[in-house]
Write a protein that binds this ligand. Structure first.
Ligand code: DX5
Ligand code: ZN
Length: 229
């Protein structure tokens, strides 16, 4: 994949009372995308926020709003996330029986379509979806919470990268990414790294420099692995 490594901080680890300022801070500090975790308390055992919050954030995000839906059903909310200004909308393959229709609808609403796979889900069946998919999100934790322990999915990432071939599809890794875990996933073929705790630790909107140091450390570890690969 010729793409540069992209670092996408997850605002799940941000100060929820300061989302706008947090988004501006991480972008000023070098984030490539902003990763926004939408949870419904049903598909995953946690609740965050919906399209109204994403819409309110649009004015504060200059780069890419990468919206990760951990909800079911997905289809009734696609239009609302398009109107909210999401650039990438990712749905879980486990969220329902008609992921093919969902991916079509996401693209039809003018967004890039992402497909997320839980750690327990294999890659059989993904091949028939590749021509509808712009990004595959490989979960390296069971979704629902930040700060969980990284689960090794390198065999799955390698299999996907091979399956993708020349298609322009990102492989995004979500969960437990930090400078120690980033190299193995990049070497296996990932090019987008989501990180919550590892980006926001030690900083705040009043003291954003640690965000920049944390982003730079993840990027350096990832780029080192890519050069070595
Ligand atoms: C987990 C979310 C992740 C989460 C990652 O369900 O999808 O985006 O915020 O957090 P860390 O990087 O702390 O594992
Ligand atoms: Zn996520």
């Amino acid at each position: 994949m010729p793409n540069q490594i992209k670092i996408a901080p997850s605002i799940l680890a941000a100060d929820f009372a300061n989302f706008g300022a947090e988004c501006r801070a991480i972008e000023d500090q070098g984030a490539d995308w902003v990763h926004i975790d939408v949870m419904d308390g049903h598909f995953v055992p946690n609740l965050t926020f919906g399209p109204a919050t994403v819409k309110a954030l649009r004015a504060h995000v200059k780069t890419v709003m990468d919206v990760h839906l951990m909800i079911t059903p997905v289809d009734p909310y696609i239009e609302a996330f398009a109107e909210a200004g999401a650039d990438i909308l990712t749905a879980h393959v486990e969220a329902g029986p008609h992921i093919h229709r969902t991916l079509q609808a996401i693209r039809g609403a003018g967004m890039k379509a992402g497909l997320a796979l839980n750690p327990g889900t294999g890659i059989d069946g993904v091949e028939t979806l590749l021509d509808l998919t712009d990004l595959i999100c490989v979960m390296t934790v069971n979704p629902g919470f930040g700060g969980q322990k990284f689960i090794d999915m390198t065999a799955k990432i390698r299999g996907l990268r091979q399956m993708i071939g020349d298609r322009p599809i990102h492989i995004e890794i979500d969960g437990g990414v930090d400078p120690s875990t980033a190299p193995s996933v990049v070497e296996a073929g990932a090019d987008v790294l989501v990180a919550g705790s590892a980006v926001f630790k030690g900083g705040s909107v009043d003291n954003p420099a640690p965000y920049g140091q944390n982003i730079a450390a993840i990027r350096a570890a990832a780029e080192g692995a890519r050069r070595a690969a």
